[in-house]
Structure formats: structure tokens, C-alpha cells
Design a protein around this ligand. Structure first.
Ligand SMILES: [Zn+2]
Length: 512
């Protein structure tokens, strides 16, 4: 039963990828809006059409950490590429059909001449990355900042394009659309990247680092309408030159955390949907489209609607890869099913280093659920565990599944909305981090073990869970051919108990 199913998934992914690259499908042609041209067809199962393995920055998937590197790590070295290729093997086998990775060319700053961003070594690595993805049936997506992300050096060199903050002060990251030169820089980057490298899709992102608030930009239109305007212009340019490339936009930072779009803002996004293939309302701190309005909104949207599922771990490049173990298959499956029922057909599913057993399993699991949302999560996880751990017999498989269930429930069942609202002023996060501060130049504090994530009772429950995992692992001795994964989980549980007990000790909480 299992082997034919895997072949089917690969074949389906490859077929959809070929359609993504080549454009055109009955399902896509039936869909209104200019964006339909490059969309893949829905499969025979209830599947997401855009099953995007979202890197997000290439070093987020790095097997060997960069303990002293601030976020986002800028280097594109052989380790970054080798780690990404290892991740691709998991992604392609799991059923993802797109691979979206940032940082191939620049992080904060493209050089003003654009082309000098890529020397011979970098070009060789980018080509290797793209070819490795294509060979596995994964369509590589270019991560492209729209006026923001990637323009710091350009703004420094050419102050005419610099945007403004809401208080009128100079913006460090965003260009201003009132200057015609700003779009010229965007156009040059598009011409260079899509003209010289074989990307099949483009991910547009305009406001993660903020946008221009001058009286001609967000100061006139408001954040949503302004971001719609600059992304529409960019998408139209890409489609005019490369009509078969998939183009999608994410709405990160288009509304404050926990706030939903109003009717006028929804209308603006519906207009954007006529120009792109998918709009991603990922849900970092709640979704911009109120869940109760999702189905009605999707019916109006002329392109696909996407999320990033429910909760997801954003990995930390500075952390030891065997220092945490946080799988969440039950929660992921529930959200993916609910969002699909509400009309979502795209998912930017977060990836991580495959050397962390929790992240590796979540990648393998996520691609499977996106390919068949009605599948039993228990059965999908069992398939993943059988493949990765090669348990000898059903009892060993059952014990493995229990370790994953204890890891998930003993941590995530301690979350509740009230502490998040009280401490961070946001709803329960979609994106959560080991070190909430994100930035830093050494491995940071384990904020995910403190309030608002865990209080005293939460730490106690999670400690019990980790102790259970350490009790269970020896029972699997000799019963798995797991390639060192159980040893990695064991080390993760020990390190996490160290961190947890250090916090409890400092707070005067009892420690067994
Ligand atoms: Zn402006």
C-alpha cells in the first residue's frame, strides 16, 4: 500500500510542477483573473494547489548552525546549499511542488548596479540550488522584496528613492513610489534574476520591514491599498515579460498584529487578486482575513488564497540543531484541514534544518497533509516515522508515535490566549520562535519556555513530558534503524530540561 502511494505523490508533484513551469491547465483556465495562467490543477485528492516549502531564508534550513550570525544570516556558502539540497529530498518526497527561499542574492541590500551581487562562486551556488530543485520536481520561487527588503544599499546610494516613516523621518529600508526611479530598481532586479536564472515563480513581499508613509504612498492610500498598488505594478511587469511564471504576494505587516482587514481593505486585496496567482494571508499573529469571513472572501477573490497553516516554528540559525524537539503534527493537520475547507488552496509551509528530528518530521508530514488534507494525521505521521526511523514491528512504531505525541501535547497544550494577550498584546501566535527576539549575535535565551508561552504550571507539565520522552527512548534500543535520530531527540530533551530547569531555578520554582 505504501510504496505505490509514495510513487503517486511524487508523480503528482512532478506533474503539477511541470504545469507550474509550463503554464496552463483546465482548472486554472476556469478560474477568473489574470493569475490563473500558471496554476496547477487540483489533484484527485483534496489537496492544496500551491504546496510551498517555505525556506524561509536559506540559512534557516542550515544543518550546521551559525551561532554568532545575526538574523537573517547573509552568507551563501556550500553548507547553505548542501543543507537546502538535503531538505529538498524530504520536501519532494513529501509532496511539495514549490520551493520558496530568500537570500540567494542579498538580504538587506542589493548593490545599486544589481549585477555585482553575484560573483562567480555565488552564481555557481544559485545555479546548483535551482537545478537541484528542478530535478526533484520542485519549482524554485524567487523571494523578491517589493520596494522593501533588499534596498538598503540602494537607498544609501540614491537618497531620492528613500521612503518616509509615519512621522516623516527617513525610512531605513523602504523606497518611495513617488520617485519613478524606485520602480526602475525593482525592474532591474527582476530583469536580472528572472532573465539569468531559471525561477518558475516569484514571491512578492512589500511591508515586512515597513513601507513608505509619505503623502503619495501609504500616507495617501493607507497601508493595504498602497501595498496593493506597488505589488500590482510589480506583478504586472513580471507577467508582461514572463506570463507563465507564478506570482504570489504575502500580506505580512499590512495590518497590526491580531487585527483583521476591514471591508475596503478586503476590496483592495480582491483587486490585487486579478493580477497575481495567489494571495497569502499567512497568519503570523492572526490572519488578516477574519476566519469567519474567509470563505466569503475567497469566493470574491479572483485568485487562490493561502495561509501558512495554524502554528509553525520559525527555526533559529544560531541554535544547536539538537537542542529542541517541537513537533506539532496534530495541530498542523487540524489547521490545514480547516483552512482548506474555508477555501485556502495555497500554503507556505515553514521548513527547517533536517538535522532536527522535530523539524524534519514536520516537513515530511506537512507535504503529505497538503497533498491529501482528509488523510488521517496519525496514519500520515506513522508513514513518516516508518520511513525515517525504520521501526521493527508495530510496537516500536507505536512507541515512536507516542514520543511525538508527548512532545507536542506536553508543550502546546500549555498555551492559552490570555497570557499572550497580556504579555505580548497579540493572539496565540501562528509563527513562534525559540528566541522571540529574533535578532542577536549569539545563541539567545529560550523565550519559548517562559511566559506567555509557558507559566509555572506549563513548565511543570512540559518538564514531565520531556522526562517521559527520556524514559521512552531506551525502550526502543535495537528496535529502530533511525540514523541517529533517537539520539538527537534524547539530546534535545536533555538540553531542553537544562534550559527549563535553569528558568525554574531562577524563578524559585521546584525542580525534581
Ligand atoms: Zn512615498
Amino acid at each position: 500500500m505504501k510504496m505505490p502511494r509514495r510513487r503517486l505523490l511524487r508523480t503528482g508533484a512532478a506533474a503539477a510542477a511541470a504545469l507550474l513551469a509550463g503554464g496552463g491547465s483546465r482548472a486554472a483556465q476556469a478560474r477568473p483573473g489574470a493569475g490563473g495562467q500558471a496554476a496547477p490543477p487540483a489533484g484527485p485528492r483534496k489537496a492544496y494547489d500551491y504546496r510551498i516549502a517555505f525556506g524561509a531564508w536559506i540559512n534557516d534550513m542550515r544543518v550546521d548552525p551559525l551561532p554568532l550570525e545575526n538574523w537573517p544570516a547573509p552568507q551563501l556558502d556550500d553548507e547553505a546549499i548542501a543543507s537546502a539540497v538535503r531538505a529538498m529530498d524530504v520536501q519532494a518526497e513529501a509532496g511539495f511542488n514549490l520551493l520558496d527561499v530568500w537570500g540567494l542574492f542579498a538580504t538587506y541590500g542589493w548593490p545599486p548596479d544589481i549585477a555585482s551581487a553575484v560573483d562567480e562562486d555565488r552564481r555557481r551556488r544559485i545555479v546548483r540550488f535551482i537545478e537541484a530543485a528542478r530535478r526533484r520536481g520542485l519549482v524554485p520561487a524567487l523571494g523578491l522584496g517589493t520596494y522593501s527588503w533588499g534596498y538598503d544599499r540602494i537607498i544609501e546610494a540614491d537618497p531620492e528613492v528613500r521612503g518616509k516613516n509615519p512621522d516623516g523621518s527617513p525610512h531605513p529600508h523602504a523606497m518611495c513610489d513617488a520617485s519613478p526611479k524606485a520602480f526602475e530598481y525593482v525592474r532591474k532586479i527582476i530583469d536580472f534574476t528572472l532573465g539569468q536564472f531559471d525561477f518558475g515563480a516569484v514571491h512578492l513581499e512589500s511591508c515586512d520591514l515597513g513601507c513608505c508613509w509619505c503623502p503619495a504612498c501609504a500616507g495617501k492610500d493607507g497601508v493595504v491599498a498602497y501595498n496593493v498598488r506597488i505589488n500590482r505594478k510589480t506583478a504586472d511587469y513580471i507577467k508582461s515579460r514572463w506570463p507563465r511564471k507564478t506570482v504570489y504576494v504575502i500580506t505580512i505587516n499590512w495590518a497590526p498584529a491580531g487585527k483583521h482587514f476591514g471591508e475596503a481593505e478586503e476590496d483592495a486585496v480582491v483587486e490585487l487578486g486579478k493580477h497575481v496567482d495567489c494571495v497569502f494571508d499567512q497568519g503570523h499573529s492572526g490572519h488578516h482575513i477574519a476566519p469567519a469571513r474567509r470563505a466569503a472572501f475567497v469566493r470574491r477573490l479572483g485568485c487562490a488564497y493561502g495561509t501558512s497553516g495554524g502554528v509553525w516554528l520559525y527555526p533559529d540559525t544560531r541554535w544547536d540543531r539538537h537542542s529542541y524537539f517541537l513537533p506539532y503534527p496534530k495541530r498542523a493537520a487540524k489547521a490545514l484541514r480547516e483552512h482548506h475547507a474555508g477555501g485556502a488552496r495555497g500554503c507556505m509551509y515553514y521548513q527547517g534544518p533536517v538535522s532536527n528530528p522535530g523539524q524534519e518530521a514536520m516537513m515530511a508530514f506537512g507535504g503529505r497533509m497538503l497533498s491529501d488534507v482528509d488523510r488521517s494525521p496519525e496514519e500520515a505521521l506513522a508513514e513518516v516515522l516508518e520511513r525515517l526511523y525504520k521501526p521493527k514491528g508495530e510496537e516500536a512504531l507505536r512507541r515512536l508515535a507516542r514520543i511525538f505525541a508527548v512532545a507536542e501535547d506536553s508543550y502546546f497544550e500549555q498555551w492559552s490566549a490570555e497570557p499572550f494577550a497580556k504579555v505580548w498584546g497579540i493572539p496565540v501566535p501562528g509563527e513562534f520562535k525559540l528566541d522571540q527576539r529574533l535578532f542577536g549575535t549569539c545563541p539567545g535565551p529560550a523565550t519559548y519556555l517562559k511566559e506567555p508561552c509557558l507559566g509555572p504550571e506549563g513548565r511543570k507539565a512540559y518538564r514531565n513530558g520531556l522526562r517521559t520522552i527520556l524514559e521512552e527512548i531506551p525502550k526502543l534500543a535495537g528496535l529502530c534503524d533511525d540514523g541517529g535520530r533517537l539520539a538527537a531527540i534524547r539530546r534535545s530533551a536533555i538540553v531542553t530540561l537544562n534550559l527549563l530547569n535553569t528558568i525554574s531555578y531562577c524563578l524559585g520554582e521546584p525542580i525534581p
